[in-house]
Design a binder for this molecule. Structure first.
Ligand code: SF4
Length: 369
């Protein structure tokens, strides 16, 4: 298949659904790690097409949602520092921190600017040599190499007023942490297609080896997702756990070695704080010694105040797949995309926003107990 429409062909979708129905005979639980998959599943009504034997859970795969409040508070505090321009991707703007948000800080006079790439942030630094330009570095393995490249470019161009707050996260260790917690019994995982394009499908081999769980790497169109679910159902029924690459037009076993090389040239692996999961060893990226002068944590000393979570918000449980948005008392009543209480409702890839936008009143209550 070559064109997008072919990945949305209704007759092929019907065939795949029929194959899934025929193959799936016992109850199984599948988690899609990635927020883009979550949106695709909801947008195309995939949950409603599946047999009652298959329960789909959404995982922590939205970088905005998993950014810990303490880290967001720190970024907001830096944005309020004199001479600072804080650059960020747009999704972070409205996420409520403990006491404020970047949007409110901007309304209060902080210079917060939305950029579409790290190279835009670098240009802001070039254009404002007398200001301190900080880029809020959130994202998984897909984004981190581009941020590493911006640091290398800053070094090459001798830009001395560019800093990155590295809040990057690595996805396999978080998946391990969710499985190790034992809170969610999972039979299969739909692995993140974009992330795996960078890290390679080999990075998920620990799932069948250490946990006896199958993992399918899938693309994001409806046929991609249905094919992924069929593959998982097949492996689970056959009791043959393995990693399957159903996104071979993008993913290779070894990943993108050039991107990984850039990423690990600038960053090294460290612990990271995940909303809802807590501190996960070896799940983040910190600056290597050589590039520490670009590290916003080294340059600024700020007091963001005590960390608070929004009362009643279950984002942490939603991120771990332990609760669904309708199980949150604030969902739809108080918390909506226009008035988000937690990050899962702010982000376009957040589970709560996906439920709100696509699930419909009837389908929000379809989670099997
Ligand atoms: Fe948090 Fe709102 Fe989702 Fe509830 S509905 S978990 S308050 S984002």
């Amino acid at each position: 298949m070559k064109y997008l429409d072919e990945f949305r062909d209704p007759s092929l979708a019907r065939t795949l659904v029929e194959n899934i129905r025929r193959r799936s005979t016992r109850p199984i639980r599948i988690m899609e790690f990635c927020g883009t998959h979550t949106v695709s599943v909801f947008k195309h009504g995939i949950r409603q097409l599946l047999p009652s034997t298959i329960e789909m859970l959404s995982g922590p795969g939205c970088p905005v949602c998993v950014t810990a409040n303490a880290d967001l508070d720190w970024a907001i505090a830096v944005a309020r520092e004199p001479d600072v321009i804080l650059t960020t991707f747009g999704d972070m703007l409205r996420v409520p921190g403990s006491h404020s948000s970047l949007e409110k800080a901007k309304a209060d006079g902080a210079d917060v600017r939305v950029v579409y790439s790290t190279l835009d942030a670098l240009q802001v630094a070039r254009d404002n040599p007398n200001r301190l330009v900080v880029f809020l570095g959130i994202g998984f393995e897909t984004t981190a190499p581009t941020i590493a490249v911006s640091v290398l470019q800053a070094e090459a161009d001798d830009i001395t007023n560019y800093y990155v707050l590295s809040l990057h996260k690595l996805t396999p260790p978080a998946t391990k942490a969710i499985l190790d917690s034992g809170e969610s019994r999972l039979d299969g995982i739909i692995g993140p297609g974009h992330v795996t394009t960078i890290i390679g499908s080999q990075a998920w081999e620990f799932l069948p080896r250490d946990y006896g769980i199958s993992c399918v790497i899938a693309g994001f169109e409806p046929l991609d997702v249905l094919q992924g679910i069929h593959t998982l159902a097949d492996r689970i029924e056959a009791s043959r756990p393995e990693v399957c690459n159903a996104y071979s037009r993008s993913v290779r076993p070894e990943g993108n070695e050039v991107a990984l090389d850039y990423m690990y040239r600038v960053f090294e692996i460290s612990a990271a704080d995940w909303r809802g999961i807590g501190k996960v060893p070896a799940s983040g990226l910190k600056f290597r010694e050589r590039y520490r002068r670009f590290d916003a944590r080294e340059r600024f000393e700020v007091d963001p105040g005590p960390t608070l979570e929004p009362p009643g918000c279950l984002c942490g449980d939603v991120i771990r797949g332990v609760k669904t948005p309708p199980e949150c008392g604030l969902y739809r009543k108080v918390c909506t995309p226009h008035n988000p209480v937690g990050p899962c409702m702010v982000s376009s890839e957040g589970t709560c926003a996906a439920y709100y936008l696509y699930a419909g009143e009837q389908n929000q209550l379809t989670r099997k107990k």
